[in-house]
Design a protein around this ligand. Sequence first.
Ligand SMILES: CC(C)(COP(=O)(O)OP(=O)(O)OC[C@H]1O[C@@H](n2cnc3c(N)ncnc32)[C@H](O)[C@@H]1OP(=O)(O)O)[C@@H](O)C(=O)NCCC(=O)NCCS
Length: 188
Amino acid sequence: MNAPSFETPRLRLRPFREDDAVALHRILTQPDMLKFFPRPGGPLLERVEKLVRNQIEQWDTMGYAWWAVELKSTGDLAGWNGLQYLPETRETEVGYLIDRPLWGQGLTTEAARVALRYGFSDLRLPEIIALAHPQNLASRRVMEKLGMKWCGLAEYFGMEMARYILDSASVRAGGAPGNGSAVSARAS
Ligand SMILES: CC(C)(COP(=O)(O)OP(=O)(O)OC[C@H]1O[C@@H](n2cnc3c(N)ncnc32)[C@H](O)[C@@H]1OP(=O)(O)O)[C@@H](O)C(=O)NCCC(=O)NCCS
């Protein structure tokens, strides 16, 4: 399928392209970037190329995947944000990562609101989960700002993770994810 693109006040969410791999590799190999991931070491470029190809393919096989997130002000790749199907639990997870100099500016929350809105409004998913290493407080804070509800620790990817959930009924009731200033517009 043709993956849709979206814009927020500061960001463009667009499908990954194979030539994003080099910029994404630079982002992923910064100190502490993957500190809370199952494989915390910076990946080799070949692994990042494979990740990018997988994301491109998943739009076709699943109808959703991560978007490449670009800063509108520069056009530079800033990270990823979007939805991922977890076959083992048959859940859909919202996931995100952003270039280190951009941390703490609300950009991830701004982009993740688009992902949640897409999941509930376009894909009609009944619920979306989010997972973080329990000590990844910045990620957990994003989940809270999105209106997701903490539902305890659970094992995923061979690790104990903090699990959050948002269901479509809560979104319909107006709690999330539309609150805040990140009004998204479909760009294509
Ligand atoms: C997690 C991550 C995506 C957050 O991105 P971000 O753009 O900085 O997120 P936002 O600015 O939208 O929100 C971050 C919130 O966490 C808070 N925060 C940051 N560090 C924190 C800490 N150590 N303890 C508590 N809160 C913290 C910020 O103050 C902010 O909350 P606020 O708006 O109430 O002040 C970013 O840190 C990142 O890419 N980390 C590496 C990859 C990663 O861990 N991804 C998530 C995997 S689950």
